[in-house]
Structures are given as structure tokens and as C-alpha cells.
Write a protein that binds this ligand. Structure first.
Ligand SMILES: CC(C)(COP(=O)(O)OP(=O)(O)OC[C@H]1O[C@@H](n2cnc3c(N)ncnc32)[C@H](O)[C@@H]1OP(=O)(O)O)[C@@H](O)C(=O)NCCC(=O)NCCS
Length: 181
């Protein structure tokens, strides 16, 4: 499997990957509707590929199985969406995509990753906690993440079940340079 930057020609296939990924929510009490919810459009993918940060997981002989996209904000690389085709979930592809985002952030001296997700869904908040993300309490959100959660609520998301998370990244380059010298 190759994790590589997404290309414009990948965009048409990505909404279908997200629709497939959402099937897992049919087993989540109260959130079954997510499986039929709107997904990012091809145009939104094209825009994030052109001006944001976008990676795909390309499986030899199968094509694209997953994507991650986001945008560089003043305080973090904010992940807007990560989705793995239902048939390929649970094999570490999501973890590899997060690692790619982390590497991108480290290479660009971006101090953190952020995202919003569902609380208490096994493949959301607890999963990201295992990957080093910390759930932010309301008072720690800052105006940017508060606005993201507010917009989600306006769009019909159940606010009580949503949270924002942050993974601080250690900027080790200076230390490595010192050791190398
Ligand atoms: C979240 C998602 C991107 C993770 O990608 P993935 O390739 O399946 O991730 P990984 O294989 O790296 O790990 C899956 C994790 O979810 C957990 N998980 C997955 N399905 C689960 C289930 N049905 N019950 C319990 N845990 C589950 C696994 O235990 C695993 O965690 P671990 O590696 O710490 O044990 C993918 O599951 C997905 O596309 N989900 C639907 C869309 C979604 O929720 N996107 C995120 C929006 S914030």
C-alpha cells in the first residue's frame, strides 16, 4: 500500500470511498443515519487537493482505498475528513494516513493536528486517543475549534456527542541537528 498526496484525477472516486466508510455507523446506536449523510463533494475534494492537504491510500491492483484531507490553520493542521472503504477498515490504513498528516505537519513546522469527531464511538474518539490525540474541554477549544463545532451543530450534528481533539507534535528537528553535529 502506498500513501501518497492526492491528485486532481483522484477526486471523482473519493465521495464513494466516504459513503462506503460510513456504513460502519449502521452498527452505532443513534448514529445509523450517518451512513446516509452527505459526504464531501468531488468539488470539495478538488479544492482541498489544490489548496489544502490531501493524501490517499493506493492499494496495488485495487486502487484507492482511503483518503485524508485537511487544511493548514494558524495553530494546526486541521483534518476535515478521514475515510477508509468499509472493506478495508481495521487494517491500519487510517493509522498510516494520520502518520502521513503528522509527517507533513512536522516537515512544515506545524505544531499540532486537530479534528472533530464523535465521542464514545470505538473508531472515533477512543481510537484517536490511542493515536495520541487529547479531547479538548469546552474552555480549551479556542475560537477556531468552537466555530467548527458550532457549525456542525447548525448542520444537524448532535452537539453532545461531538468533541474536538488535538495532537501536539514534538518539533525535534533542532535536537536532531544538534546530535548530528
Ligand atoms: C475511522 C477510520 C478512518 C479508521 O481507519 P481504519 O483503517 O479502520 O483504522 P485502523 O485500522 O488504523 O484502526 C481502526 C481502529 O478502530 C477500532 N475499530 C474499528 N472498528 C471497530 C468496531 N466495530 N468496534 C470497535 N473498534 C473498532 C479498532 O480497534 C482500531 O483501533 P486500534 O488500532 O487502536 O485497535 C475508519 O474506521 C473509517 O473510515 N470510519 C468511518 C468514517 C469515520 O468515522 N471517519 C472519521 C471521522 S472523524
Amino acid at each position: 500500500m502506498t500513501i501518497r498526496p492526492a491528485r486532481d484525477c483522484d477526486a471523482p472516486g473519493l465521495p464513494g470511498i466516504e459513503r462506503s466508510s460510513g456504513e460502519i455507523f449502521r452498527q452505532s446506536p443513534g448514529l445509523e443515519w450517518i451512513a446516509d449523510d452527505t459526504v464531501q463533494s468531488e468539488e470539495q475534494h478538488r479544492a482541498l487537493i489544490a489548496t489544502g492537504v490531501a493524501f490517499v491510500a493506493d492499494l496495488p491492483g485495487h486502487g484507492i482505498a482511503a483518503f485524508l484531507n485537511g487544511e493548514v490553520m494558524p495553530d494546526a493542521l486541521h483534518i476535515w475528513q478521514i475515510a477508509v472503504h468499509r472493506d478495508r477498515q481495521g487494517r491500519g490504513i487510517g493509522r498510516k494516513l494520520i502518520e502521513a498528516a503528522e509527517q507533513f505537519a512536522a516537515d512544515h513546522e506545524i505544531p499540532a493536528l486537530t479534528l472533530t469527531t464523535f465521542r464514545d464511538v470505538p473508531w472515533n474518539e477512543p481510537y484517536y486517543q490511542r493515536l495520541g490525540f487529547v479531547t479538548l474541554e469546552r474552555g480549551d477549544l479556542g475560537s477556531r475549534l468552537r466555530a467548527v463545532l458550532d457549525a456542525e451543530e447548525q448542520a444537524g450534528m448532535p452537539a453532545a456527542r461531538r468533541c474536538a481533539m488535538r495532537k501536539p507534535l514534538h518539533q525535534g528537528h533542532g535536537l536532531m541537528a544538534a546530535v548530528t553535529v
